[in-house]
Design a binder for this molecule. Sequence first.
Ligand SMILES: CC(=O)N[C@H]1[C@@H](OP(=O)(O)OP(=O)(O)OC[C@H]2O[C@@H](n3ccc(=O)[nH]c3=O)[C@H](O)[C@@H]2O)O[C@H](CO)[C@@H](O)[C@@H]1O
Ligand SMILES: C=C(OP(=O)(O)O)C(=O)O
Length: 431
Amino acid sequence: MDVIRIKGGRPLKGRITAGGAKNSVLPIFAACLLTEEECIIRNVPDLSDVRYMGRILEHVGASVVEEGDGVWRIRAQEVRSEAPYELVRKMRASICLLGSLVGRLGEAKVSMPGGCVIGPRPIDLHLKGLRKLSCKVDVEAGYLQVDGSNRRGGGVFLGGRYGSTVTGTANLLMAAVTTPGTTRIECAACEPEIVDLCAVLGKMGAQIEGVGSPTLIVHGIDALRGVDHTVIDDRIETGTYLIAAALTGSDLEVKGAPPSMLGALHDKMEEAGVDLIYREGLWTVHASGPRIPVDLITLPHPGFPTDLQAQMCTLMAVTPGISVLTERIYPNRFMHVSELQRMGADLAIEGASCIVKGVKKLSGAPVMASDLRASAALVLAGLVADGDTWIQRVYHLDRGYQRMDEKLRDVGASVERLPAAEMPKHLLGED
Ligand SMILES: CC(=O)N[C@H]1[C@@H](OP(=O)(O)OP(=O)(O)OC[C@H]2O[C@@H](n3ccc(=O)[nH]c3=O)[C@H](O)[C@@H]2O)O[C@H](CO)[C@@H](O)[C@@H]1O
Ligand SMILES: C=C(OP(=O)(O)O)C(=O)O
């Protein structure tokens, strides 16, 4: 297992490029099961989650070929309806198979996904949606069994306690595109990754109205065709590097997702005193001026994304003054807090909020990554900490950031990935 060592205090300079969006690719790969024709997916990031989704598709019968340069060819001539526990438990997003298998075969048997460290992750809305399409849904021995042989269109309100559901919307769309009649989804997720999925389904022949809005109307068709699609850039990866520039007071260029996908972050960064300009696909950050603390609340898109909350926590941890970061999507998504505290951050959790009192300096320490975005927050903290930061369990990072260590090194940071054996023994945490 690898660890990452960061020597803090180096400014970043140059250009960093974000890859394709993980949260688009995963449901789009699942959507490739909807047709027996070949699908070509481009701008696919090289991430452990993506490779894993490829393996799951192979398990259900698809041929999955990585051509290089981010191009994957997927062809599902024959498809099996079962995705077992051994596969589903390792990656929550594999639940996206539920909708695509129902859409292709009219039936699915998919293991119930577990919760995860960011909090409980129920799928009641996914199931409610399928039932509203007249699918029979049973949970038996840890498996979801869906019989959609008599499915027909219907009206579904997908709102829950925390707003809509992103993968629930993806699942329902994939089931609805081949469901006879018209399906009306109210309170659908409006995330750019759902818009991207709709673009793929549209190219495959699906008839979807209202794309990008909370009301999606799907007119079912018999069969879908193949597709050639370029995935959108990853707004969370882009945002993470914009925050890295602000944090290190650097002049950095970031190529990636546009302001239309990052409006809430753009707004908060301006409020924080960071100068950001976007022109022709490129963000330019000037961050040498004084910073101001900001409060934020995570919300469904276009609100501030929960997937950037941990990284903003690092930025605010070294911004003079007090800021309050409130989670409205995952009330317990604060695993980064205890590790940032170990680096000297002054943070306190109050219910679903983190109260951040900016400190002058963080100091390098051995820390443990606990989930994807918490890992990114620790890498960012390491960039500005005095001394060395050692991060264990970096496999979390590799789920969603393609070669983050290399990308940061290319713009001047001292970030090294090393075998765990090279970490000084007295710094090693339990693993
Ligand atoms: C692969 C992928 O795209 N992952 C993203 C997706 O996760 P994911 O699609 O799993 O997140 P959801 O949008 O479903 O969850 C949002 C909220 O709704 C709740 N909920 C969800 C489904 C349900 O049936 N019942 C229910 O109560 C969840 O517990 C959570 O509090 O959106 C999240 C919120 O933007 C992001 O953090 C994840 O990065
Ligand atoms: C929580 C995330 O991903 P997932 O839904 O795949 O766990 C994320 O991308 O931050």
